[in-house]
Design a protein around this ligand. Sequence first.
Ligand code: GTP
Ligand code: MG
Length: 205
Amino acid sequence: MKVIQIAGFLGSGKTTTLISMSKAIGQKLNKKVAVIVNEIGNAPVDAKILEEYGLKVSTIGGGCICCEVMVGLADTLVLLKKAIDPDLVLIEPTGVAMPGQVKDAILMSGSRISVEVGLAVVLIDPFIEDDMLAGEAEDNFIVRQIANADIIAINKIDVASETRIKQCEDRAREINPNAKLVRISALRGDGMDELIELMVKGISS
Ligand SMILES: Nc1nc2c(ncn2[C@@H]2O[C@H](COP(=O)(O)OP(=O)(O)OP(=O)(O)O)[C@@H](O)[C@H]2O)c(=O)[nH]1
Ligand SMILES: [Mg+2]
């Protein structure tokens, strides 16, 4: 069972991408796909970032909410495996989760089921303000999230200008020169085949 994640900041298009990808995978690859969507509070959350964006945060047990929510995700994977045994699981973490933390959470199920930790795509919404992509990873959550990606997808290319798309690509490259960079429109379907090819190749049943 391979587990991949579609990450990205709030409103970047995770749910739209998830729906578009799972439909295409089900149809074209004839694989059994399951989906896990996490709302805030159910997935690894970087509490500091919530505060950076002015949200109120309550912490559990002296400041570590990670362990608790990580166990939650691992348990869900074990249940899914037993109930429907999918070939592929797509996770939409909350917009304020870090891909690396979600991977750790996936790995925690590895003692009970056979699981392959797949790649994480981080979506970029070209309509976010420039200052949200500015600065260093240490001080800016979105930059940190992009730095943590395996694949970076500039989304909403159906409505963004070429100039803006290019700007986002240049900034993404600067933040994370190692990630594969793609352009997509989750809504219209552009680039989805390429993204699926990158993320899903080699899945075993
Ligand atoms: N034009 C256009 N709109 C898009 C695209 N992808 C997503 N949207 C729109 O952007 C908005 C947010 O999309 P979602 O898929 O809900 O984003 P999300 O990342 O799941 O949002 P949260 O779960 O709230 O963080 C919705 O109104 C979508 O219809 C796209 O490729 N093109
Ligand atoms: Mg969503």
